[in-house]
Design a protein around this ligand. Structure first.
Ligand code: SF4
Ligand code: SF4
Length: 67
């Protein structure tokens, strides 16, 4: 890990709140998320731009992105 290593964001999914609607998956511009059964999962954290769209669009407050 050199100086150029980027710090990854942290994506927190509350599986109790997630109803599996996949809105966050559809809105993520860089394909970070995927459905795994009936809940969302992180597929490619390194691609996350911290745009917060998933967090803002989730109707159930089930996903949060921290810098
Ligand atoms: S938008 Fe919210 S409820 Fe829908 S799949 Fe994503 S985290 Fe789950
Ligand atoms: S913050 Fe943006 S880039 Fe990161 S997972 Fe959510 S929608 Fe995708």
């Amino acid at each position: 890990m050199g100086e150029a290593a980027k710090k990854l964001p942290r994506i927190v999914i509350n599986e109790k709140f997630c109803k599996g609607c996949s809105i966050c998956v559809d809105f993520c511009p860089t394909n970070v998320l995927e459905m795994k059964g009936s809940t969302v999962a992180v597929k490619d954290l390194g691609a996350c731009t911290r745009c917060q769209l998933c967090d803002l669009r989730c109707p159930d407050f089930a996903i949060q992105v921290f810098d």
